[in-house]
Write a new protein. Structure first.
Length: 76
């Protein structure tokens, strides 16, 4: 961590050790979930066969729609 960032965080009263532990725990949890998902998808592919390109394209289009950022318009 750069010294200036550390100093600023300390000035703000942040517990750097606790924040670092939380960040590392969150990253390890995220990576574990990805590994579990990869294993599950490999199991499905072994049982059901590979995903067709048409199904992959349909799933990709669905994910793009669902995960797209919402555009909220304000009314005057």
């Amino acid at each position: 961590m750069p010294d200036d960032l550390y100093a600023h965080a300390k000035e703000q009263g942040l517990n750097i050790s606790r924040l670092a532990q939380q960040a590392v725990t969150a990253e390890l949890t995220r990576r574990s979930k990805i590994a579990q998902l990869d294993a599950y998808l490999a199991q499905l592919e072994a049982e059901l066969g590979p995903i067709s390109e048409a199904d992959r394209a349909e799933a990709s289009a669905w994910a793009d729609r669902v995960l797209a950022p919402a555009h909220h318009q304000r009314s005057a």
